[in-house]
Ligand binder design. Structure first.
Ligand SMILES: Cc1ncc(C[n+]2csc(CCOP(=O)(O)OP(=O)(O)O)c2C)c(N)n1
Length: 308
């Protein structure tokens, strides 16, 4: 899906908000979201599409949003970084680093206080763990035992800055989580089965009233931080490193892992690829036929009417 969207983005220049693709990070989206129910709410940062789709978000509404149309999932107001599909339990995404981490903690706290057996989850990158709000959120969640699962997609970079240049050697994200009293697990984020099993444990932990849990999923983004390009000539990471990680493609690995049990898996994957490509082209065609939001409605939803 995203590879086709990246082509549209590059070739047409009609998607006008910044887009951060999750190509290469599919296993963390699928493995975690498959461990949730539609009543469990998922929040993300700017890298939003993959968890949105994995959670069951509406594809047409996502694509219409990317094209800025009125029927987009955020009414054409938000673009790629502000997608939402509450019916699917995808509660929203936001561009400010770390912004959705405390929102998820607050949601989880509300679930617990209302006596609901629901879990809130929040995806963020390794860069967001350097925001103060991450530490504050861990602390609050641990003290109040909120049913929240912190999902860190550690893809080793914050834009063009490597983690090794930002954090002292010998420290870790799971280490900081444990120090705050939040149990954690470091997982191979390109192994969808390992991610899923760990996510099931984390969600069960939170749902059963044991409080927050942090998953650190070790993964890698294939394309540039933002936009559709391959960035091996930008000077901050090598072609060899990218090649090593693309060889660890989560989809190829999942297919290989199933081959012995499911002899028809290669044909099934090829069929899915054809079907998904057809669906994404259809969604783009539909989106382009839709109207843009009107100027008259610019303030719709911006203010809550005061009760009189
Ligand atoms: C508070 C804040 N500071 C800086 C930025 C600019 N910015 C956007 S994405 C990004 C890097 C994010 O890295 P990470 O959290 O590791 O997520 P990734 O993009 O790798 O998925 C930065 C610095 C921002 N959006 N918000």
């Amino acid at each position: 899906m995203e590879e086709t969207l990246a082509d549209y983005y590059r070739d047409e220049q009609e998607i006008r908000t910044p887009v951060h693709f999750s190509i290469g990070q599919e296993a963390s989206a699928v493995g975690v979201c498959a461990a949730t129910t539609p009543q469990d709410w998922v929040y993300t940062s700017h890298r939003s599409h993959a968890p949105y789709l994995a959670k069951g978000g509406d594809l047409d509404a996502l694509v219409a949003e990317l094209y800025g149309r009125q029927d987009g999932c955020a009414h054409g107001r938000g673009g790629s970084m502000h997608v939402i599909d509450q019916a699917a339990g995808f509660a929203g995404s936001a561009a400010i680093l770390g912004e959705m981490i405390p929102v998820a903690v607050g949601t989880a706290w509300a679930f617990a206080r209302n006596g609901e057996a629901r879990v809130a989850l929040t995806y963020f990158g390794d860069g967001a763990t350097e925001e103060g709000v991450f530490a504050e959120s861990l602390n609050f969640a641990a003290v109040h035992k909120t049913p929240v699962v912190f999902v860190c997609e550690n893809n080793l970079y914050s834009a063009c800055s490597p983690l090794s240049a930002r954090q002292p050697a010998g420290t870790s994200i799971t280490g900081r989580s444990e120090a705050a009293g939040v149990p954690s697990e470091l997982v191979d984020g390109n192994d969808v089965f390992a991610v899923h099993a760990a996510a099931q444990r984390a969600v069960a932990h939170a749902r059963e009233g044991h409080g927050p849990f942090l998953l650190e999923l070790s993964t890698y983004r294939w394309r540039a931080h933002v936009g559709p390009d391959w960035d091996h000539d930008y000077g901050y990471r090598s072609k060899e490193e990218i090649d090593e990680w693309t060889a660890q493609c989560p989809i190829v690995r999942a297919t290989a892992a199933l081959r012995a049990e499911e002899p028809d898996i290669d044909a099934a994957v090829a069929d899915w690829r054809t079907r998904f490509e057809r669906e994404i082209h259809q969604s783009v065609d539909r989106a382009k036929a839709l109207p843009f939001p009107s100027v008259d409605g610019l303030l719709d939803g911006a203010y809550l009417p005061l009760a009189r």
